[in-house]
Design a binder for this molecule. Structure first.
Ligand SMILES: [Zn+2]
Length: 140
């Protein structure tokens, strides 16, 4: 991650309406932009617990997560530049090959993904979806 980006993390507890008002803020500050991101306290505490478990400071851990996310997306774009997710419908992820203009239904089963067009659990389309599973709102 660029050295000109600072992350400031804080967890505030507003006393006015009890714990429901508990807000955590991530302030991402580069030389050109400043962004404040509010995350819920549950997520903040979960990240803090993970950071402690891995012996990182919270700031380092959030930087690592952002960096990892960016590298993963670059890798997906390099490996499968022709594939995109066109839609998600409960248990079916619609993958489109924008070059061939072909669609693939990747169905979510209990413990595996199945591409209905290739009749496969191991084709490019299932791998493409697996790589992004954490971004999709699957109901496991
Ligand atoms: Zn497939």
């Amino acid at each position: 991650m660029d050295k000109d980006i600072n992350l400031i993390l804080k967890s505030d507890l507003s006393m006015s309406r009890g714990n429901l008002d508990k807000k955590s803020t991530i302030n991402i500050n580069s030389q050109r932009h400043e962004e404040f991101i509010n995350i819920n306290s549950h997520l903040y505490e979960e990240l803090q617990r993970e950071a402690e478990e891995k012996h990182f400071t919270m700031k380092d851990y959030v930087e690592i997560i952002l960096d990892r996310h960016s590298k993963r997306n670059q890798m997906i774009n390099r490996i499968w530049p022709e594939l995109q997710i066109a839609g998600v419908d409960e248990s079916i992820i619609l993958v489109v090959n924008v070059i061939d203009k072909k669609f693939f239904n990747v169905r979510l089963h209990d413990k595996y993904l199945f591409c209905e067009q290739d009749k496969s659990t191991g084709c490019n389309h299932t791998a493409f979806v697996w790589m992004q599973a954490e971004d999709l709102d699957f109901r496991w």
